[in-house]
Design a binder for this molecule. Structure first.
Ligand SMILES: N[C@@H](CCC(=O)N[C@@H](CS)C(=O)NCC(=O)O)C(=O)O
Length: 254
């Protein structure tokens, strides 16, 4: 069977996009990457909301059909292209992989977002006039993200909120330290989507706290992070420094 046509609408610095790039690379799948500029609000444009009605990246077109939600995209890829298999076959381990991936999306994403958005979007959004703000908010399809963009413009995250967010990511590291004690991977006995889905968060945590994966203090998590971040798939996915990769002129061929 020939490979379907895959087009990934993504942002280099988006953790959810990074998860999908990592999965595509691990599977050796060829795809076209289309950059969606978040600072130019391309993700809130009508054409993009037809691909992802939530107005967030990523979206993957499979033979022209959009699929969304990075956890589900990665599972879809594993269903459709099972070699190499990236999910455990044991029912309980599979359940655990899904629970972990939901935790990453529900808990770690909003935490990382606080730091990323204060760096990237608050300096721009605070300059908007009330009329500009109203126009921007009107294009955002979900209440949750309207609220976050409002906060970027008028009510930035406080030092306490940023500290709590970092604590959440540090707790993720502690969970990884405990989970990897048995077999070196987050779920079950092999590298899986659980590891892929956590990797962009580990990368960003290490940038915010360079000691986060210190192998002397966190031997299991340190070893795990070295194993994950040196995989050819991780390197091919270009999960790189957030600030450098967030520059408008960063757009290498993938
Ligand atoms: N649950 C979604 C989250 C997607 C998401 O939040 N994407 C972020 C980047 S990591 C985004 O598009 N942010 C821009 C915005 O909300 O305006 C997924 O996993 O695909």
């Amino acid at each position: 069977m020939s490979q379907p046509d895959l087009v990934l609408y993504h942002s280099w610095i988006s953790s959810a996009s990074r998860k999908v790039r990592f999965c595509l690379a691990e599977k050796g799948l060829a795809y076209k990457a289309v950059k969606v500029s978040l600072s130019n609000f391309e993700h809130h444009s009508d054409w993009y909301k037809k691909l992802n009605p939530s107005g967030v990246v990523p979206a993957l077109l499979v033979d022209g059909e959009p699929i969304v939600e990075s956890n589900f995209i990665n599972e879809y890829l594993d269903d459709r292209f099972p070699s190499p298999l990236l999910r455990p076959t044991d029912a309980h381990a599979l359940y655990d992989m899904r629970l972990w991936s939901k935790y990453i999306d529900d808990v770690c994403l909003p935490a990382i977002q606080k730091h990323n958005w204060m760096t990237n979007y608050h300096p721009m959004a605070r300059e908007w006039t009330d009329a500009e703000l109203e126009e921007r908010l009107a294009a955002i399809p979900t209440e949750n993200r309207r609220h976050v963009w409002y906060r970027m413009a008028r009510d930035p995250y406080t030092a306490d909120e940023l500290e709590t967010a970092l604590d959440i990511l540090t707790d993720m590291r502690d969970r990884i330290e405990a989970r990897t004690a048995a077999a070196g991977w987050i779920t079950g006995s092999a590298f899986s989507l659980a590891d892929i889905n956590a990797a962009p968060y580990a990368k960003r945590l290490e940038e915010l706290d360079p000691t986060a994966f210190d192998p002397d203090r966190f031997p299991n998590a340190g070893k795990w992070w070295r194993a994950v971040s040196t995989r050819p798939g991780f390197v091919a996915a270009k999960i790189e420094n957030f600030v450098e990769q967030g520059q408008p002129d960063y757009d290498p061929d993938i």
